[in-house]
Structures are given as C-alpha cells and as structure tokens.
Design a protein around this ligand. Structure first.
Ligand code: ADP
Ligand code: MG
Length: 761
C-alpha cells in the first residue's frame, strides 16, 4: 500500500477501510493468486471510489487488471513535435514560446488565449477560451520559457497543428509539478512519472482516465509477487509473459511490443479458462448415461424415408449420420444443428426423433412459440401420414402417436395429452415451454430437440432431463448462422453440424437496396410492386423497425425510423387501398399475435405490416415479397433472417431494403452486402466485425455465457485455437484435475458468468 499512503484523503488512494466485510470475502478459490485477484475494490479504495468503478463494471482487482487502456500516449521526454499527427491524442512535453490574449470581438467577457509550444525546432499552437480573470490565471501559469505537459487531441487550424483546451501541468527544472495544481493535474503528474507510455482508459466524466491509472497503479503494487497460476510448461511452451508482468506490460508499457505481449497473455488466459470450462463440462456430460439408440430395420424411420416425397440432400444425409453416431453411444449427445431457414433442419430432426421411437423411447421437440409448435406438429403429421396415427384403423404396425402440448391446450385435451406423454403412447411430443410444467412426466424421454435454442435457458433444459440415471440426447436447432470462431469460443461444449445448402426447389430471393436519398421517387414504385404481388395472389411482408410513433428502437431514441402502426394506416388508406392489410407486432397480446399469424399462414391478410417479431416466424409458403423500411436500422444477420421468410414455396421472391442512408455510408455498404451475398455465414462474420461481440454474444444467443473481456472472437481466432489445444492436452494429462491454479481459472469463469446474470436484472 506504499502508493496509497501518499494520497490525499478521499482520493482513489485513500487507505482501505475494512468495515467488517470480511465474511463477504470468503473465497471459493484454492490459490492465493485468485483469492487476491478477487479482492473487492471497496476494500482497496473505499466505498466511494468503488462505486464509481462499479459503474464501469469493475468490482474486484481482477476486473481492474483486465480494464486495459484503449489508447496510449507516448513521449514524456521532450516531445519531437514533428511526429504529431492530426487526430491523435497526445501528451506533449514542451516549452512555452510566444503567448498572448485578447477579448473576442471586443467582448470583455470572452477572451481567447493563444500560446505556442516549441521543442526548439517545431511549434504547436494552444488555444484557450474563457473569462478575463481565468485567462489571466492561465497566462501567469504559462510563463515564457517554462516547460510542462500538455494533454489533448491534436487538431489543425489554418494549416498548423494545435490543441484546444489541453489539460496541462507545469514542471520546474527538476521535473516537479509547479504551483497549486488541481487534483487532476496532480494525478497526471503522478501517472506521467511512472512510465514512458501513458495509458488512456475508457473513462467517464466521474472517472477520468488519470484516476483509473492511479487505481491500477495501486492494484499493481498490491498484486506484486503473486504466483502465476499457469503451469510453467504452458507458459514457456506458448511463450507467454508472466501474469504480473503482463499486467505491467499492458498498463505501463515502454513500447508497442510490450503492449502486444501483455495483451496476448491476458487474452490467452481468458481463452484458456473458457476452453477448460468446456472441456470439463464435456467430460462431466460424458459421465452420464443416455439411451444407446441404434437404427432398427423396418421401423418408423424406414417407413418414413420410403414415403418421403423428395430425396434427402447430401448434407441432410451426412448430418443424419453424425446424429445417429452420437445417439448410438451410451452418453448424451450435445449437438448443435445450424442451417439457414429452409435448409431442411426439420426433416433431419424428425428423422432423429423417429429413430428414438423405433428404439422404444420418446422424443420431444420444443419450439419457442405456440404458432411454431403448432406448425411443427402439422408438418410432422403431414410428413408422417399414417405413421403418426397409431391406434387408428389402417395405421401400420410400427406407427406411433403424436401429441401437441402448448399453453392453449386446456381441459380435457390437456389431461389427454398428459396421459399420452406419461403412458408413453405418444412417441413424438411437440410443444412449447408448457412442456416444462411440473405435471408433465415423460414415460421414457431419450431425445430432446430444441428449436431456436436462444429462447430457452439452460435451467429449463435441465428440468426435462429429470431422470437421475439417464439424460436425454440433445439436439439444438438454430437458423442463426454461427461463425466458426464463435462456435469454438462460445459453443465449444457442443458438437456442431451444418446444413450449408438449401434443398433444390427452394426459391431464390432477389434482394435490392432502395436508397431513397438517391432516388426519392423509388418508394412509390416499391408500393406499386407490392400491389402487383398481392394482386397476383401472393403474400407480402412490410417490416418496420418500430411498433408505434412513440416507441424507441432498443435503447436508442431513434424516432425518425418507420413505425408499423402508422405505416399500416397509411398503406391501407393509400398505396394499398383495396388490398387486405394486417398488423403484427410485439405489443399485441399473445392471443392476438397467434390469431394474426394463423390467419396469415392461411392466406389472409395479403400484406402483413410487422416489426421483426416475425424473425423467428412461421412458414408462409405463399410469401413472395418483403419490404423492409429503414433497413439500415437492422443488423445484417437480422435482415438475412428476415428475408429467409419469403420464397419458401419455391417461387422467386423479392426483398426490397428501403433506406435513407447515404450511398457512401457504412450502412449502405451493409445493405449492398446483402444484395450480393446469400451466404448466412459470410454475412454473420460481417455483422460480427462491425458490432461489438457483446451484442452478438449476448446472453440471448450465447445461452448465458458472460461477455468476453479482451478476447475478440474474430481477431483472436489463433489464440482461441491454441488455448483449445492446450486445454485438451491439460485435460488428457490429468493436470486439470490436480492443478489448483487451473481449477481456479475455471471457477473464476463461472463466478463471472453468474455475476453477469445477477447484474442483468
Ligand atoms: P428448416 O427447418 O431448416 O427451416 P425445413 O426442414 O422446414 O427447413 O425445410 C424447408 C422446406 O424444404 C420444407 O418445405 C421441406 O419439406 C423442404 N425440404 C426439406 N428437405 C428437402 C429435400 N431434401 N428436398 C426437397 N425439399 C426438402
Ligand atoms: Mg424450421
């Protein structure tokens, strides 16, 4: 605590106040290192500072060490002014040359101070504005020939480099801070004296970068000497910096290589901890038993295949074999099946379910909405024909029964469904989260298929797996393409199967960006086109980013974007008058939503004005056109998902992305990417590159994993790859079971992910 004793009272360095919080610190960690890293910041800096730090998500020393500068300033030795570039944030050490002040246009209340810094050869202008007495104060500080540190962004004025309102401190000949400096100036002085590159942290008004730097400095002192949790063999094998050294390298580097080396170590730890957690989860799962399902000749599956009106694609066949191989083992399958909308996942899933029934068990498919569950059940009945009609006259011997259970199945129908499920008569069960109800008992559940998994929590899945001696195989279907790097980082505990091609016959969607900034007249042609589609007997979607005139998009108050309610009224009254138009959005009641979607699936209305709630939507075979208004408000992947809703009947379809974006803007470029590519993976990569991973890997899609800290799934694929290899080796060697440091690394991941869940609400 050497550094803190010099601090002024109440500052970030105020001595730690321990007020009986000792019990809250009971550590679940085995090593001294992790116990120290878990020290709450309130214990180090006091409650007041800790509160400010908590606002940027920093709770313990570990968080603080991972809060790395977003930028570095260099050159606290006399700066070579010729190296400065416009736009850069710099800390400049230089001498004051000429300076002077004058009232702006004779207004005695508004003065401008101009000064010129020099390094002996070059010059840098400074400009300040203020009232006369303040400007006079600055003038006194900026003595001719004195030198100081000036921190700010380098701008340009009339062809010369300059800084406006830099924060500055003046130094005496010994390099000591001169005069009665403000808190901030004192902090700058202290920070500047520590290293030759100065980290600039992501700061807030209440938490300037200098204060963070001081906190980090104190943290570094406290952590000095901690043992490195990484086994020496791994560290040298991967040529990684030591842990404490890495903290120093990122926070107080001497050069760019230091930063790189430090960051690499911290990212590696992050990647390794995740990979270790997954290795463990996998090995844990493999200790459970599951029904070993082998394909029987002349069973349901056989009959089903024989009656299919089409032949399976190569992809469907291959994925089917991967699933069959998993299910044949006595350990639970954990497989993710990804494929775009229309790629034929449903058939693949149903075939797996039939194999389970053939082996004498039950299989269940859980869908995110009632409409989807009903549609799945209907599709299954159609595809299975008499094979789903056990007990009726003329049903083949191997036939089973199919039961639907959703929230709106009530009364007698519900008790009937429950008894079908508990007696085992229903081999195939389809439903919604209603299946997680306490009164639902399966006779013998062997396969759980989850459609669009991000709608379900991990806990809910656990409920279905209620037989202690055996767990069901699990197949998760997702239409959200997950790039390899993400799959490896986040879904590393699942095996991934991919359906890359769409079956022949699926329609092509022709996508066109309609940029109204260039062609204002095109919007009326869009409606004309939609009218023609509707009159030709097809169905159309009109998608808007907002529900009503007062609704915001997400957290942004973007009230200029089109809203469904107004667009609905307008189209009905004008552009599409005489055509049946419907409205669908998330604020409608569940029943109303269901009614609208059911009607639309049956052909009425012709045109549906909606928000993106239709994203995970139903199969409207007739839909041939989609107009997305203010399309630039949606992410690339979301738009790609949306357009997957049309052209499903095999007919050609058009998707018109209307946007007021400037043709040169990144937004317009994203829309152009959608015009030229129909590859969901490529588009997802693009999406990832443009958004922060946090958004992409939010709890929704990642199934509750905490967001990453320094690791970036796209840029750091090589690190994740290395970490994966190392994790598997450590596990195979048995080191993972015995090494306290590694076990703590994993414990820390779990702790953080729990914490991020708690913070969410
Ligand atoms: P997904 O579940 O991936 O969105 P589906 O399984 O619903 O895709 O398939 C989309 C459409 O393609 C359905 O109408 C389905 O019957 C049809 N289909 C599936 N597999 C094939 C195939 N091999 N050949 C032709 N049509 C297929
Ligand atoms: Mg589907």
């Amino acid at each position: 605590m050497a550094a803190s004793s010099e601090q002024s009272q109440g500052g970030p360095g105020a001595p730690a106040r321990r007020r009986g919080t000792e019990s809250s610190r009971v550590s679940t960690y085995r090593t001294e290192t992790f116990a120290r890293l878990a020290t709450p910041l309130a214990e180090v800096f006091g409650a007041k500072t800790a509160k400010v730090l908590a606002a940027v998500g920093l709770h313990d020393l570990d968080d603080l060490m991972y809060y790395v500068p977003r930028d570095y300033l260099s050159g606290t030795q006399r700066t070579d002014l010729s190296t400065l570039t416009v736009g850069e944030r710099a800390a400049v050490v230089a001498e004051v040359g000429a300076r002077g002040a004058e009232a702006i246009r004779g207004d005695q209340n508004r003065w401008r101070l101009e000064a010129s810094l020099t390094d002996g050869t070059g010059f840098l202008g400074l400009t300040f504005f203020g009232r006369k007495h303040i400007v006079d104060y600055w003038l006194r500080q900026l003595g001719m020939g004195d030198h100081g540190i000036f921190v700010g962004r380098i701008g340009e004025f009339r062809g010369a480099l300059q800084m406006t309102h830099p924060t500055f401190i003046m130094l005496d000949a010994q390099g000591q801070v001169v005069g009665q400096a403000s808190d901030e100036r004192q902090q700058i002085a202290r920070v500047v004296s520590k290293s030759s590159m100065i980290g600039i942290y992501p700061a807030r008004a209440a938490l300037p970068t200098w204060q963070i730097a001081e906190c980090v400095g104190i943290g570094l002192d406290l952590l000095k000497g901690i043992a490195d949790p990484l086994p020496e063999a791994v560290r040298s094998g991967e040529q990684l910096a030591g842990l404490w050294q890495a903290y120093c390298l990122v926070h107080r580097p001497d050069n760019a290589e230091d930063i790189e080396r430090g960051r690499r170590r911290l990212k590696f730890d992050e990647a390794l901890a995740l990979q270790l957690a997954m290795v463990l989860r996998r090995s844990e799962a493999s200790k459970h038993h599951a029904a070993a399902i082998t394909v029987v000749p002349d069973g349901l599956l056989h009959g089903f295949d024989a009656g299919l009106p089409f032949s399976l694609t190569d992809g469907q066949r291959r994925v089917g074999e991967e699933i069959a191989a998993d299910m044949a083992r006595g350990t639970p399958m954990q497989r993710l099946l990804q494929g775009e909308v229309g790629s034929g996942k449903t058939v693949v899933a149903l075939r797996a379910m039939l194999a389970a029934v053939d082996a004498g068990h039950q299989a269940v498919l859980v869908a995110p909405t009632e409409v989807l569950a009903e549609q799945h059940a209907a599709t299954f009945r159609t595809l299975m024909g008499p094979l789903a009609q056990a007990g009726t006259l003329g049903a083949p011997a191997q036939a089973t029964a199919l039961t639907l259970l959703t929230g709106s199945v009530n009364g007698k129908a519900r008790s009937h469904a429950l008894s079908e499920i508990s007696s085992g008569r229903a081999g195939i069960v389809v439903g919604t989260h209603a299946l997680f109800g306490a009164d639902v008992r399966f006779a013998d559940l062997a396969l759980l298929v989850i459609d669009e998994q991000h709608r379900f929590g991990v806990e809910q899945r656990a409920v279905l797996a209620d037989r202690a001696d055996r767990q069901p195989h699990e197949l998760v279907l997702t239409a959200t393409p997950i790039p390899r790097s993400v799959a490896m980082t986040i879904f590393g505990d699942l095996d991934v199967s991919t359906l890359a091609e769409r079956p022949r016959g699926a329609g092509q969607v022709q996508t066109t960006a309609v940029l109204t900034a260039v062609h204002p007249g095109w919007l009326s042609r869009v409606w004309q086109r939609l009218r023609e589609e509707a009159l030709a007997g097809h169905q159309c979607f009109v998608i808007c980013p907002r529900i009503g005139p007062k609704d915001e998009i997400g957290e942004r108050a973007d009230i200029s974007a089109a809203n469904a309610e107004e667009v609905y009224e307008r189209l009905r009254g004008h552009e599409l008058s005489g055509i049946e138009v419907g409205l669908m959005h998330g604020r409608l009641s569940a029943t109303a939503k269901r009614e609208v979607m059911r009607g639309f699936a049956q052909g009425s209305p012709r045109v549906l004005v909606a928000t993106s709630v239709v994203e995970v939507g139903v199969d409207i075979a007739d839909a041939s056109a989609m107009v997305v208004l203010d399309a630039d408000r949606f992410g690339v992947s979301a738009l790609h998902q949306l357009r997957g809703r049309i052209g499903r009947g095999g007919q050609p379809a058009i998707c018109l992305l209307v946007s007021g974006a400037d043709p040169q803007s990144p937004a317009a470029e994203r829309l152009a990417a959608l015009e030229s590519s129909s590859d969901g993976f490529e588009l997802a990569e693009l999406d990832l590159a443009q958004r922060r991973e946090g958004d992409v890997l939010g709890a929704e899609q990642s199934g509750g994993h905490s967001t990453l800290r320094l690791l970036r799934v796209i840029d750091d694929e090589d690190i994740v790859e290395r970490a994966k290899v190392v994790a598997q080796r450590l596990h195979a060697e048995g080191t993972l079971e015995t090494d306290d440091g590694l076990r703590d690394m994993v414990a820390a991941v779990h702790r953080r992910s729990e914490a991020s869940w708690l913070e969410r609400d």
